[in-house]
Structures are given as C-alpha cells and as structure tokens.
Design a protein. Structure first.
Lengths: 297, 318
C-alpha cells in the first residue's frame, strides 16, 4: 500500500537529489558544448548550452598541435602509471611490515608514519629541500616524487585491511611449509588484498592524473617543457592569460601565443575525457575508497 | 661435562639469534623503501624550518646563512597581510564545514529514501563526479560561466533579462559566495557518501518500531537518523578543526584566477606562501608564514584530539 506520505517523500527526494545531480553534471556539458562552438560565434555571443553555430575547429587545432598535446597526454599516462605502480608497491610493503607487531622497531615506524600527518615542514622547506639537495627541478622525478608517492592515510587503510581480513593461520601454514616472507607477501597477502589495492590504486592514479602543483613548482617552460602533462598545460594557459591581463596596458601587443577560448575548452575536455570514460566502471571502488577512508574504523 | 654444556649454550643461542635475524630481516627490507620516502619527503624538510629563522643567502645555503632570530616573523606580522590571510583561512574553513555538512546530510538522507535502485545509483554517481576533477579543470568550468566577455551567466542569463553583465573576476563582494558554492559543489559528493554509509548502517528495526508507533517520516529523521549521525559528524568535525589552518590551495589559487582585486577576500595562508615564494622569491616572508601555519596547525590537531579523548575516546585519532 502506498501512503500519501510515501509518495510525497519520493517526490521530494527525487526532486532535490535530481536537482543536485543536474547541477553536478551541467558544467561539464557546458564545457564540452563550448569546445564544439564556433569561436567567432562564442566570442560575440558567449558560451551557451544552445549555440547557433557549431564547429570542430578546436579539435582540428588540437590534431594539428598533436606534437605538444599528444606528448603531454603520453606524459600524463606514463607519470600516472609509474607513480601509481610504485606507490602501490611501497605502500603495501610498508603496511605489511608495520603489521608485524613482534618485530622490534615496527612501533617506531608506525609512529614516524603517523607523525607525518600531524606535522610537516611546509611548502618553503619542502621546496628548498627538493630543489637544492635533490636537484629535482625539470626532471621527471618532480612529477612522481614530491608528496604523492606514499601517504600515511593509504598505509593505514591497507594495514587495517591486512590485520582484519587476512587469516593469520594461512600465513603461519605457508611459513611452516618453508615459504619466504617475500614469497608469502607476493603469493598470499597481495592476491587476498585486491579490493583494497584496487581502491588505493584508483585514488592514487586519480591524484597523479589530476596533479598540476608539482609541475608548477618544479618545472620551468624552457627546461621542463617536454615533461608537461595535460593538467600542467592547462594551468600554464591560465597563468599566461593572467600575465597578459596584468600587462596588457603596459606592453600593448605582447608576444605570448594564446590558443583561442574554444581551443582551451577543447584541451580541458580532452583532459577530463578519460576520467569520464572509466568512471562508470570503477565507480564502486571510488565509493569504497571514500567510505573506508572517510571515517576511521 | 659441565664445560661441554656451557660451550654449547652460546653456540645454540647464536644460531637461534641467526635464525631470528633471518626471520625478521625481510620485514625491515619491506619497510625500507617507504621509510626512505618519508625521510626524504617529510622529515628532511622539517630541518628546513630553520630557514624561517635565517637571513637566507643562497650562496651560503641554509646552514651557512646567518641567524636572524624572529625578525622574519616580525616582518610578517607587521604587515596587514598576516591578519587578512589568517582571517580568510579560518572563516572559510568554518563556513565550508557548516555549509558542506548541512547539504551533505540532507542529500544523504534524501537519497537513502529513493526506492528505485538505478536512480539512486545514478544520482550518487553524478553528485560525486566533480570530486574527481582537479581544480584546474574546475577553473575552466567556472570560466565558461563567469567570464565577463564569453561567460554563460552574463550572456545568457543577465543580458536577456535586461541586466548589465557583471565583471565577476573584479568584483570582490560576490566571491565569498562563489567560493563557498564551488567548494560545496565539488566536495558534497564525498561527504554525502560518508553519511550515506552511516545511514545504511542504522538498523531497520528502529524505523520499523517508529512506523508502528505512527511516527511520520520527518519524525523518524529527526529522532532516529540525525542523532545516530552524530558520531560521524563529530569525527569529521575533529578532522576539520585540525585542518582549520590549512586551506585548499587549488580552490583559492585557481578559482579567482589570481585577480589582485579579489585578494582581500580570496587570499589564504597557502596562496600567500606560494606567491611570496614563487612569484616574489621572498624566502623570509614565505618561510615565516609557512612555519606559522605548520606550528599552529600542529597545536590545533593535538588539541582537537585531546578534546575528543575527553569527550568520546572511541573517535580520537591516535
């Protein structure tokens, strides 16, 4: 039996949630439409959900400029894949090690790890250390190493999973059979932990894909231009526009080559496309990552 | 005979020790890469805090440069910037927490009521979508709406109703609202999922019993759901108290597009530190601000955790 109240509840819930869902989606639709709008029309009439003149010029421009953009795409993929793989490896190894309560020193390691969540040297000290002692500027390491490779949060998630979900008896049995610790880790622990590995892997991959700050800190146009990822290119376009606006009065015709508005939207569209494509398939891991990480178990 | 046994004992002990080492050594090797990483990424920079107490000279490096005591901090706090960036950082964090959680709880409760599983999942996925994007991408999205010349808002909303277009990136008064809106828009999916998982965990028996007693939906939400979400809210609250001195650099750096006119309402500690360091190469100001942020942040986290331990020890962080 459907009561009047339950029909009301359904109506309100669907209306409000639908509204928010629409609000989340529409800006992306506008971005994609903007990238498909004729540039002259957009300049005259502004971006619109219903442009009167469509055009593929922006994508044609990207195809012509594929040297730069394709390279940036490749770079994004390489950095994301390499960073995520190494991150998963050192995160799970470290988490497995600090699970071993009987091994002396592991308590200290746990403390050292957790302390990194409470206190840090801040941007200036980190930047100075990486640039002056590790000479990371304009190397590919700048995109992989600082800040992203391992974080305490993920280690704790994995450690909790290990202690809660992997039967100790299984590991003991393998030990009695003479398996080495590394063998146990690779053949028993990791295969049993695929859900959590997928979850942190996806979150880490997303972080690498979306990162623009390391590029902004540690790469310069002249020395590190060949290392630019899509996000760094998008960020640089923003910065160059700001320079143009700030100097427009004093410098008149400054010589910064600026892609047209619709081309910028097209580059942004190309940057988010992979996320939009894989998201429906991996949605459940994203949700899991959030529920696991959001509230301490 | 007695000598024999005393000679055998150390040998036996030694071999046991050897076996023990062989057993635990692999674990140290496993921890090594991660340990090296946190030493490089987290612990070495902690020594760099010394920069804030030095008059940095690049030729001499950190340790060769002369100490200058608290001079850098004196300069920082003598400027009016120090007050503005601290105020912005703290106020925005408070508003973000309030607005973000109210919206997230409301949506979580409503989405939980939706019966059609497919629709529920679709809404949930869509609302989470902005969370997956970088702030650079979102600055592009915002630009399609807010650009003074080509923006959707000016061209398709304000002008058709006969209003003059607004120069969004120059007008200070709109930005507190824009920043709060965009931050909630991007983050609400994340907190909504956390709350939803707590709501799903509430036993159906409570609602069943309430329904039999004739409670309306609204009464069920007020008397059952909301009180049971309190622990989750408290945990999130402590986390954000600990973070109140940190701001989302991406949000405050990318959204206002570095527009100087907006600084008084958009510049936070992290943006200030970045600009002082990278744009002005001013190590003394940026390092002082950076250390100020680290130390106050540390004190706040410890304080928040102490408070929770006293109040509800099960949700303390460490």
């Amino acid at each position: 039996m459907k009561s009047k109240e339950s029909i009301m509840t359904q109506a309100i819930a669907n209306f409000v949630c639908g509204l928010f869902a629409l609000m989340a989606l529409l800006p992306f639709i506008l971005l994609i439409i903007a990238s498909l709008t004729d540039n002259t029309w957009a300049t005259a009439n502004g971006f619109s959900f219903f442009p009167k003149k469509w055009s593929l010029d922006a994508y044609h421009y990207i195809a012509v400029q594929w040297d730069t953009i394709g390279r940036a795409y490749l770079m994004t993929l390489v950095v994301t894949a390499a960073g995520t793989a190494v991150s998963i490896l050192i995160t799970t190894l470290f988490a497995y090690a600090i699970c071993q309560a009987e091994v002396p020193g592991m308590k200290l390691l746990s403390f050292l790890l957790i302390f990194t969540m409470l206190f840090n040297g801040g941007l200036v000290a980190t930047y100075y250390t990486y640039v002056n002692y590790f000479h990371i500027r304009n190397t590919v390491w700048a995109l992989i190493f600082p800040g992203l490779l391992m974080n305490a949060f993920n280690v704790i998630l994995v450690r909790n999973y290990f202690t809660n979900s992997i039967p100790v008896s299984l590991i003991e049995a393998a030990r009695l059979d003479g398996a080495s610790e590394f063998g146990i880790f690779c053949k028993i622990v990791l295969p049993l932990s695929l859900p959590i590995v997928a979850t942190i892997g996806l979150m880490t991959g997303l972080m690498y894909w979306n990162d623009w700050q390391n590029g902004m800190y540690y790469l310069t146009e002249r020395g590190g231009g060949h290392l630019y990822t899509i996000q760094i290119i998008l960020n640089n376009i923003n910065e160059n526009i700001q320079v143009l606006i700030q100097n427009s009065s004093s410098l008149g015709g400054m010589n910064i080559k600026m892609p047209s508005t619709t081309v910028r939207m097209a580059i942004a569209t190309v940057g988010i496309l992979p996320i939009l494509i894989i998201y429906p398939f991996f949605q459940k891991y994203f949700v899991k990552g959030i529920t696991l990480g959001g509230v301490k178990e | 005979m007695s000598t024999k046994s005393t000679a055998a004992a150390p040998a036996k002990q030694a071999s046991r020790k050897k076996i023990r080492w062989k057993r635990i050594l692999p674990f140290y090797l496993m921890a090594l890469p991660g340990l090296i990483y946190i030493i490089i990424n987290n612990y070495l920079p902690m020594f760099g805090i010394a920069i804030a107490f030095k008059k940095l000279n690049f030729k001499m490096g950190i340790w060769g440069s002369p100490w200058c005591g608290f001079d850098n901090f004196k300069f920082l706090f003598a400027s009016s910037d120090a007050w503005v960036i601290t105020r912005n950082t703290i106020l925005y964090n408070i508003i973000f927490f309030l607005a973000g959680n109210i919206v997230a709880i409301a949506i979580a409760i409503l989405i939980n009521e939706i019966r059609k599983k497919f629709v529920k999942k679709l809404y949930q996925s869509l609302i989470l979508l902005p969370f997956l994007m970088s702030w650079v991408i979102i600055s592009y999205l915002a630009f399609t709406f807010l650009s003074a010349e080509t923006g959707m808002v000016n061209n398709s909303i304000l002008e058709p109703i006969g209003r003059e277009g607004i120069n969004w990136y120059q007008e200070r008064k709109y930005w507190p609202f824009i920043l709060v809106f965009i931050n909630v828009w991007k983050g609400v999916g994340y907190s909504m999922i956390i709350y939803l998982s707590s709501i799903v965990g509430i036993s159906m028996d409570y609602f069943e019993a309430a329904r039999i007693d004739g409670a309306t939906k609204w009464q069920q939400i007020r008397r059952i759901t909301l009180p049971l979400l309190k622990p989750t809210l408290i945990t999130l609250f402590i986390l954000s108290v600990g973070q109140i001195f940190r701001s989302d650099f991406g949000l405050f750096y990318q959204m206002p597009r570095n527009s100087g006119a907006l600084y008084p309402v958009t510049r936070t500690l992290d943006v200030y530190i970045y600009q002082a360091l990278m744009k002005n190469n001013d190590y003394s100001m940026s390092s002082a601000a950076s250390v100020y942020q680290s130390i106050v942040g540390f004190v706040l986290i410890i304080g928040a955790n102490k408070l929770v331990k006293k109040y509800e020890s099960s949700s303390s962080l460490f």
